[in-house]
Design a protein around this ligand. Structure first.
Ligand SMILES: [Zn+2]
Length: 128
């Protein structure tokens, strides 16, 4: 499932407090429109409703392209090991391993986008 919540953000430019929608996880089957927003990075952009200034907010998210069994975790460098454990450690969720999921861990939005594009390109080129 997709999970998102609202966080209060203070504009660095005018100090107005506004709402920013943070996507903790994205499921492209439930929210197909979100794939584009990841690819154009708009999920990481906040526009201040007061002064109109746009700035970037990086946060961790789980990108789940469920129809293709692709799961990509965007996490800070410090969380990589913990995330890896979750996928492959002793207490890993079983279906990540048994259902032929493609799991990737990345540490920047650019890497996330690159992975999605590489995967989609490979999928289009696949002979069935
Ligand atoms: Zn502002």
């Amino acid at each position: 499932m997709s999970k998102h919540h609202i966080e209060k953000v203070t504009c660095p430019s005018c100090h107005h407090e506004g709402d920013f929608e943070v996507w903790d996880s994205i499921n492209t089957v439930l929210n197909p429109e979100m794939k584009e927003k990841v690819l154009n990075q708009s999920i990481f952009l906040y526009t201040c409703p007061n002064c109109g200034e746009t700035f970037r907010l990086n946060y961790p998210t789980l990108y789940h392209q469920m129809e293709d069994l692709v799961m990509i975790y965007l996490v800070p460098e410090s969380e990589v090991e913990k995330t890896y454990e979750m996928f492959y450690g002793e207490n890993a969720l079983a279906d990540y391993r048994t259902e032929k999921y493609l799991n990737r861990i990345v540490t920047s939005a650019n890497q996330l986008i690159e992975k999605i594009k590489i995967f989609d390109a490979g999928k289009d080129g696949r002979i069935n």
